[in-house]
Structure formats: structure tokens, C-alpha cells
Design a protein around this ligand. Structure first.
Ligand SMILES: NC(=O)c1ccc[n+]([C@@H]2O[C@H](COP(=O)([O-])OP(=O)(O)OC[C@H]3O[C@@H](n4cnc5c(N)ncnc54)[C@H](OP(=O)(O)O)[C@@H]3O)[C@@H](O)[C@H]2O)c1
Length: 308
């Protein structure tokens, strides 16, 4: 395992499964990719869940037994109701940085333990060491959490497998030609469901305090190979066409510029070397991490044109 602070495999053995009478776990980002899956895993395990949402209507698809509380990370005072009498908090931060310190102060005043969704910005692989405002924000929030004295577990996934849906699904559903830069750059996409499972365990089991978990998929794959694997899963021949980075920049909307520059720098730095791969998912979950092939097979519907 590549996580130096990993507190042994026996977290499951020391599990403190919560009962329906226990205080709830507060899940932020509950309508997002990881938070939404964490809500399902916790409720399936009988753990009471409170979900923080910005708009009540966005909670419509959450399970009926989840307590919905509105609040916004950019307005720290709006979080007090959500934080009242919670056990642990899952913190997802995609908001601007300005209110992070005030939010962490409030968390620390109400809860003993936080599980924070960060990124592998401490991992000494060039892919993770490029200029990256999001990594700087994650580092700052981790610093604030540590300084607050609250117990914490930091979960650091690499590239989510589901990025493929955002990046390539439209082209795949269309003519099957994916035009994209740095086809030879290798990443180890981690299945969002594996990330959510690790988070859910860290929230409901004892033994994860101080845990610092770098999560990746089980294999290093070039971006072109990832497209080919999706084609295999769909039974279709997909084509990967190399797109010059400048064209990628030009085609990106203005608002996505920082993310585009961050990705281009990371892919460029990754050329010619395998992606960083950890065994942390399988070490923690006691089963192999899901492969990208598995992810693609399980998302075939979303990658297939709807029949008319
Ligand atoms: N994508 C990757 O490959 C990757 C890899 C490593 C780490 N990460 C990290 O993962 C995190 C994103 O996780 P995700 O993909 O699960 O999130 P996501 O799908 O982008 O969803 C973001 C969630 O945060 C909520 N949210 C946004 N602004 C908020 C605010 N001001 N107050 C309260 N809630 C707010 C959103 O609620 P609404 O429904 O109201 O918008 C939504 O539930 C980021 O910190 C990112 O750096 C991503």
C-alpha cells in the first residue's frame, strides 16, 4: 500500500456501525458525483444521513429517508442547522476559496471528525505536481482542518473514471471520433464508486482517523487506450484523433480556462511515464479496485445513442 498513514487493514474489524438512533452523518456535495454515491452507501448500511443542498429541488433524487437541509458553503452562517448534532462530516469543496476558513471553524465547533475529498497534490509524480489552483485550495483546506484540531481523514483520488462521460460521451454517442490532446498521456482512472466506498467506510468505521488515502484505479492507461476500452465495452470501433493543445485551448469556454491549462500541463508532464498506481482501494475495501473496463461496461447506456 502506498499510503504511509494507513491505519492497518483492520478498520472493518473495529467498525462502529451506527444505528438508526445515532446522530446523522452530514454529507456535503450530496448532489454531486461522489457525495451522491456516499449518501446511497450510508443509507444502505442503515446510517442516518443528513444531506446539505443549496436548492431543495436538487434533492429530489435523494433517498426518502435522507434528511435534507439547505445551506451554502459560501455563506458559513447558513450551515448551522445542517451541522447541529452531527456525528461526522463529509466535506466536498468546489466553491470559491474565500469562506473556507470560516466553514472549517464552524465544522470544528460542531463535529469531532471530518472526511475531506481532496486530491493527490502531495504525490511526487509529475502529473500531480503541475501549477494547479485547485490543488492549492485543497492544501489550504487541509491545513485549516489540521489547525482546527478536528479529527480527519483525507481522501485523495486521482482522475475519476467518470470524467470520460463529461469529456468524451458526446463524441462517442456521435460519430465515434474522439478528438483530444495528449492521447499518449497515461492516467489510472479511479472508479467513482470505489472512491465513494472508501469515503463511506471512513465515515462509518473507526480506525480511519489520520488516514491519508491516495486512490487510483488499478492500471495505468493512455487516454487513447481508455477510448479503445470504451469502444470494446460498447462493441464499437472508436477512433482517437490527436488534437493540438492550442486547439483544445481555443475550443474551451472562457470559464473552463484554468481547468484546461491545469489538465494540459498535467498530461504533458505525464508523457513517457506510467501513471501513479496505488493499491489503497483494494487494501481498504478487501477486493480489487474496479477496472476502467468494468466502469465502461457499467456505463454503456450513457455512452450509447438513445434509440429513437
Ligand atoms: N474530477 C476529478 O477527476 C477529481 C479528481 C480528484 C479530486 N477531485 C475533487 O473532487 C471534488 C468534486 O467532487 P464531485 O465530482 O463529487 O463534485 P461535483 O459532482 O462537481 O458536485 C459538486 C457538489 O458540490 C455542491 N456545491 C457546489 N458549490 C456549493 C456551495 N457553494 N455550497 C454547497 N454545496 C456546493 C454541488 O451542489 P449543487 O447541486 O447545488 O451544485 C454538488 O453537490 C473537487 O474538490 C475536486 O477537486 C476531482
Amino acid at each position: 500500500m502506498n499510503s504511509p498513514q494507513h491505519p492497518l487493514h483492520s478498520a472493518q474489524a473495529g467498525a462502529d456501525a451506527m444505528t438508526a438512533t445515532a446522530p446523522p452523518v452530514l454529507v456535503t456535495g450530496a448532489t454531486g458525483r461522489i457525495g451522491r454515491a456516499v449518501v446511497d452507501l450510508l443509507t444502505d448500511a442503515g446510517v442516518p444521513v443528513r444531506a446539505l443542498v443549496r436548492r431543495p429541488e436538487s434533492a429530489a433524487t435523494l433517498p426518502a429517508d435522507v434528511e435534507i437541509v439547505t445551506g451554502d458553503l459560501t455563506a458559513p452562517e447558513s450551515l448551522d442547522a445542517a451541522l447541529h448534532a452531527v456525528s461526522t462530516v463529509f466535506l466536498v469543496w468546489t466553491a470559491p476559496p474565500q469562506t473556507a476558513a470560516a466553514v472549517v471553524d464552524r465544522l470544528a465547533a460542531h463535529t469531532q471528525r471530518v472526511v475531506y475529498l481532496s486530491a493527490p497534490h502531495r504525490t511526487p509524480h509529475p502529473f500531480f505536481q503541475q501549477p494547479n489552483p485547485m490543488a492549492a485550495l485543497h492544501a489550504e483546506i487541509e491545513r485549516l482542518i489540521a489547525a482546527s484540531g478536528v479529527e480527519s481523514t483525507i481522501v485523495r483520488p486521482g482522475m475519476f473514471a467518470s470524467n470520460a462521460l463529461f469529456w468524451w460521451a458526446a463524441a462517442i454517442r456521435g460519430d465515434g471520433v474522439v478528438r483530444w490532446p495528449y492521447g499518449a498521456a497515461e492516467t489510472a482512472p479511479v472508479d467513482d464508486r470505489d472512491v465513494a466506498e472508501v469515503v463511506a467506510r471512513a465515515l462509518r468505521e473507526s480506525g480511519h482517523v489520520g488516514g491519508d488515502y491516495v486512490l487510483t484505479g488499478p492500471e495505468s492507461l493512455t487516454q487513447a487506450e481508455q477510448v479503445r476500452i470504451i469502444g470494446d465495452a460498447l462493441g464499437r470501433r472508436l477512433t482517437f484523433e490527436e488534437m493540438p493543445p492550442d486547439e483544445f485551448r481555443r475550443e474551451a469556454p472562457e470559464a473552463a480556462r484554468p481547468a484546461v491549462e491545469m489538465l494540459l500541463a498535467a498530461w504533458n508532464a505525464a508523457l513517457g511515464r506510467p501513471a501513479h498506481v496505488t493499491s489503497t482501494v483494494s487494501d481498504l475495501l478487501g477486493r480489487p479496485a474496479r477496472t476502467f473496463r468494468q466502469w465502461a461496461a457499467d456505463h454503456a447506456t450513457a455512452l450509447t445513442p438513445a434509440a429513437d
